[in-house]
Design a protein around this ligand. Structure first.
Ligand SMILES: NC(=O)c1ccc[n+]([C@@H]2O[C@H](COP(=O)([O-])OP(=O)(O)OC[C@H]3O[C@@H](n4cnc5c(N)ncnc54)[C@H](OP(=O)(O)O)[C@@H]3O)[C@@H](O)[C@H]2O)c1
Length: 257
């Protein structure tokens, strides 16, 4: 029986994956904030770990919790999302989007490396949409204290997550690390404060052009059922080239630092 850990597994595409893998008979561990959403989703056969992944301390607790209770993780799906148009400082004094969309993923990926190494065919699917520019990271101001916009914060975390694959595949031999985004809009909860333009686009375009979450995640199921070792990037079911910058190794190392 495989163990599948899904952050943001209480809603949207994460919830679709939770339902799928429970039905497939896997051991599913869901990480999110809402126990009520989890209870509505499952029949008690999965485990819920409550955590606010915009807090560094919570990500560390998740790592400790899983390390103490699990022998192996076969698949880690990183799908927690809370959209913010404005810069927000957490109670830890850190920028919330940067921590939720990158630092927590870094802490889970590196902290759970031992459990992933114990799997025969380990896989990480990181739902940070691939394809951000190689120079999207402001190393001098990672928490964007100056000039925060959703677009900049989004591009920066997406690039950082593509580079995280370098660190992860080096630390976990045989790992399949995929940065994945849906092929088109998916009708999900769009948790957070997406702003009027994004809300309107989702409300108007979603019913016309949007995919159901259950359909959108089919390629993710395939990536987990048949993992291919190494780093790769996908939109929907389609493989897309990794963005290669002049200093990728150095940039990945700098992110770790
Ligand atoms: N929907 C799309 O069209 C689309 C397009 C491109 C990329 N994506 C990407 O796909 C992924 C999934 O998106 P989605 O639209 O399916 O998500 P969603 O429906 O908005 O659900 C977000 C999930 O994240 C959890 N979450 C939010 N804040 C959290 C926090 N601080 N700590 C822990 N968990 C938190 C929520 O659970 P709780 O309420 O329990 O905390 C929920 O389960 C994201 O990475 C997103 O960027 C989506």
């Amino acid at each position: 029986m495989r163990t599948i850990v899904i952050t943001g597994g209480t809603d949207g595409m994460g919830a679709a994956l939770t339902r799928h893998f429970i039905e497939a008979g896997d051991r599913v561990v869901v990480i999110g904030r809402s126990q009520a959403k989890f209870d509505a989703l499952t029949d008690g056969s999965a485990e819920f770990v409550g955590a606010d992944l915009s807090l560094v301390a919570d990500s560390r607790q998740v790592v400790d919790h899983l390390t103490a209770r699990r022998e192996r993780i076969d698949a880690l799906v990183l799908a927690a999302s809370f959209i913010r148009q404005r810069r927000h400082t957490t109670t830890e004094g850190r920028e919330a989007s940067w921590v939720l969309f990158f630092v927590s993923k870094y802490l889970l990926t590196t902290g759970l490396a031992g459990l992933l190494r114990a799997a025969d065919r380990p896989v990480i699917v990181n739902t940070a949409v691939p394809g951000a520019r190689a120079d999207a990271i402001d190393f001098a101001d990672l928490e964007l204290t100056r000039g925060f916009t959703f677009r900049r914060a989004n591009a920066q975390q997406r690039r950082a997550n593509e580079l995280l694959g370098i660190t992860a595949t080096r630390d976990i031999p045989g790992l399949s690390y995929v940065t994945w985004g849906p092929g088109r809009l998916v009708r999900t909860s769009f948790a957070g404060e997406p702003g009027l333009a994004m809300k309107t686009a989702a409300a108007v375009l979603g019913p016309l052009l949007g995919q159901r979450a259950d359909d959108a995640v089919r390629p993710v199921v395939e990536l987990i059922d048949n993992p291919v070792p190494g780093r790769s990037a996908r939109r929907g079911a389609k493989e897309v080239p990794l963005v290669v910058g002049p200093d990728d190794e150095r940039d990945a190392a700098q992110l770790s630092t």
